[in-house]
Design a protein around this ligand. Structure first.
Ligand code: ADP
Ligand code: ZN
Length: 728
């Protein structure tokens, strides 16, 4: 049993990283490790995997060994960790790039007990000299990052990874093992556990939902470059990645962007490693805004503030798409994921496959079909993606994808679902979607005649509807779980238990028809997440200062402070090192190391602009409370529903209203229109608003006497809007 308690963990989280709460599963994972278990961690990109080993490493006796495949990644993580402490020896890496003197320094820091984390590449681990040294020191545990590299079934197999366990077992001191990955198939999972001999590991799988990512599919027209340039200009100064399928497109597009004064560079496997590294560094240091890349780019980088990921061509699989879009908004801030789609692209991709072995072609086609279904659907994209990864998303409207923001009308498809189910059963649940559609359309094919299906009652029963209509019925039946796809024989459609129940007693089945990309009507871009309470000019100044410091100190900007922290600073105006520690993501180490100039800048800004700061941030005795306010304000900026805000902060709705009132009465502007408009009609809002404008008092009890048809909560909500707009 370990002596480190849960309160110790919270204190260390605040102390070293400046966070008040753990993300999903982090606490449970860390506790399992501290209790001496082997642990298996499955988390989506951006889920906060590194914290799972960094925090316990800092607290446990000895040094944690972190095996990581990429040198660039190691360096970033070490920089970030050093930024959280006053001791540079706290984290080191060992790899082929170090000089002899540097290696000696690493060894002596470890021996002196300064070093809590040591990053190694799998190749270094196999080096006799290092292994001999590591045998002599106290190891707290082993963390194997990107553990899917172990499996030949993963998308990034590395043979050296297979040796890790042998080395630990034969040459090093035994200690618990933590394996971490963001890639999830069952097959790979089993492989990892077997190879690391951790079949007994406690397994933690987080939700793959990334609520801050916004998904949109746009029609790819001849004007795509113009659309893209407009988009980038609207998002000036933000970092973005544009993925293309071919090197040629990458090169050409990068040229076009550069010619339009956009700071962009190409990146693909055909470029010299040195050029690639330079480009990557420039991107991390924010010397360039955009990287135009093939899928070769991204795995090694850990930049938390990528604000958009664009797919210039439709990706070949949803796995790839999800991995690539996952690189946006890792810090929980804005992350727009936009893919351009045209059916012609799809045909081109299918043609490319023709040269490949038959089995590979078949898999490739099935994966492409999933992508096409995703692109064409009119239902919530988040729902569709999560469903693809085996997770049920229960909300109907996520509020953060193009389809949810511009919903299409639903139509009743009860009869048609029954037809589909009957056909699947009548053909012995032995065929894929395309074949089922042939039966629906009454198309005579070889396979149809072979099985005598032309005599089936349902044969040709759906000729009066379009193919895209039937696609929608089938795909939405999959999501509603009336049918499912066979796992072993991938793509074969089966009727589920609830499908059979439905056939016995059909109930309403509403569907939305797919989008039609042939008559390319361009979808209007949607603006998401206004940052209303942030002082934009101060935010810009803080970003500039961060960039300057980043150059001076030769660390990436986000190592100093991440975007959400700068936004909070431009909202709450902290002016001393103590106040700065109340900002999310800023612990005492960071505040001391980097905070001085930021505080000075904020102070000057407040004086120049005669800004009265909200009370709470100044009073250090209530840091918890002000943190809650920061959370609330940031969530409102992201247009999160108030119910969800209350829930995620563990307060009830009434307490939330109290907090909101205290925020606006102390002079901070917030915009809750998005929530009001969902719950009240425009004229209702206007009526209450007018009442407050004319009334002598803002007391709710009196307002209720005058407007008895409204609930007190409704009155309070409109009053919040009123105070925010009128008094601030
Ligand atoms: P992954 O490796 O799973 O992709 P990271 O470890 O890079 O994710 O973490 C993603 C982001 O989440 C980082 O910006 C990190 O600072 C942030 N983060 C991690 N843990 C927490 C936490 N408990 N509270 C707030 N932010 C966190
Ligand atoms: Zn949605």
């Amino acid at each position: 049993m370990s002596k480190i308690t849960v309160p110790d963990l919270y204190a260390a989280l605040k102390q070293h990283f400046g966070f008040d709460a753990f993300k999903e599963n982090q606490l449970e994972i860390i506790r399992a490790l501290l209790d001496g278990h082997n642990v298996f961690v499955l988390m989506p990109t951006g889920g906060g995997k590194s914290m799972c080993y960094q925090l316990p490493a800092l607290l446990m006796e000895g040094t944690a060994i972190v095996v990581s495949p990429l040198i660039a990644l190691m360096k970033n993580q070490v920089d970030t960790l050093r930024g959280t402490s006053e001791n540079d020896g706290i984290a080191h890496y060992l790899n082929s790039m170090l000089t002899k003197t540097e290696v000696e320094q690493v060894k002596s820091d470890i021996q002196e007990g300064k070093t809590k984390l040591l990053y190694v590449s799998p190749e270094s681990l196999t080096k006799e000299d290092y292994a001999r040294f590591l045998r002599t020191v106290k190891i707290s545990f082993y963390a194997i990052d990107e553990a899917h590299c172990i499996s030949e079934w993963g998308h990034d197999f590395r043979p050296e990874y297979r040796k890790i366990y042998d080395i630990i077992a034969e040459k090093l001191v035994p200690a618990p093992i933590m394996a971490l990955t963001a890639t999830a198939t069952e097959k790979v999972r089993q492989d990892i556990k077997k190879c690391l001999n951790i079949q007994d590991a406690k397994e933690f799988k987080s939700s793959f939902n990334r609520p801050n990512l916004y998904y949109e599919i746009r029609t790819k027209t001849k004007n795509i470059d113009k659309d893209l340039i407009n988009f980038i200009r609207q998002n000036r100064g933000k970092s973005g990645i544009i993925y293309c399928l071919s090197r040629k497109t990458v090169e050409e597009l990068a040229e076009v962007l550069k010619a339009n004064d956009i700071k962009a560079e190409p990146y693909h496997a055909g470029l010299e490693p040195q050029v690639r590294n330079e480009t990557q560094d420039k991107f991390i240091m924010q010397d360039i805004d955009i990287i135009v890349a093939t899928i070769a780019f991204g795995m090694g980088i850990d930049k938390p503030d990528v604000r958009f990921v664009i797919h210039y061509d439709i990706p070949k699989s949803l796995e790839g798409y999800y991995q690539e879009t996952g690189r946006a908004g890792r810090d929980g801030g804005e992350g727009k994921c936009i893919a351009f789609y045209s059916p012609e692209d799809l045909k081109r991709l299918e043609k490319f496959m023709e040269g490949k072995p038959v089995a590979e072609q078949e898999i490739g086609r099935l994966l492409l079909k999933e992508t096409a279904a995703y692109a064409e659907t009119s239902i919530c994209r988040r729902k569709m993606l999560l469903n693809y990864f085996g997770e049920t998303y229960t909300k109907d409207n996520c509020g953060n994808c193009d389809n949810c923001l511009m919903p299409k009308k639903e139509t009743e498809a009860k009869e048609d679902l029954a037809k589909v189910l009957r056909i699947i059963l009548a053909t012995n649940e032995d065929f894929r979607e395309d074949f089922i559609k042939n039966v629906i359309f009454g198309k005579i094919t070889e396979e149809v005649t072979l099985h005598n299906l032309q005599d089936l009652e349902e044969f040709g029963c759906g000729e009066d509807q379009s193919e895209s209509y039937w696609n929608a019925v089938i795909r939405q039946a999959l999501i509603a779980k009336y049918i499912k796809k066979d796992i072993d024989d991938y793509g074969i459609l089966k009727v589920t238990e609830s499908g059979k129940k439905f056939l016995n007693k059909p109930t309403s089945f509403l569907i939305v028809e797919d989008r039609d990309y042939k008559d390319a009507e361009s979808v209007e871009p949607i603006q998401t997440g206004a940052e209303s309470s942030v002082a934009p000019d101060l935010y810009d100044m803080l970003q500039d200062l961060r960039k300057k410091k980043s150059k001076e100190l030769k660390v990436p900007p986000y190592v100093i402070f991440q975007d959400p922290s700068l936004q909070a600073m431009a909202t709450f105006f902290p002016q001393t090192i103590e106040e700065l520690q109340n900002i999310a993501g800023v612990g005492p180490g960071k505040a001391k190391r980097y905070g001085k100039e930021f505080c000075e800048l904020i102070k000057r800004y407040c004086e120049d602009n005669e800004i009265d700061r909200p009370e709470d941030i100044r009073i250090r005795t209530v840091p918890k409370k002000s943190k809650l306010k920061v959370n609330i304000i940031q969530a409102i900026d992201r247009k999160v529903s108030l119910e969800d805000i209350a829930e995620s902060n563990y307060i009830d709705f009434d307490e939330l209203l109290n907090e909101l009132e205290s925020i606006v009465y102390s002079g901070t502007k917030i915009n809750i229109d998005y929530f009001l408009e969902e719950n009240l009609d425009d004229d209702q809002i206007e009526e209450v608003y007018d009442y407050f404008r004319q009334s002598e008092t803002d007391r709710i009890a009196i307002a209720q006497k005058n407007l008895p048809e409204y609930e007190p909560e409704e009155l309070r909500l409109v009053r919040i809007k009123f105070i925010s707009e009128m008094a601030n």
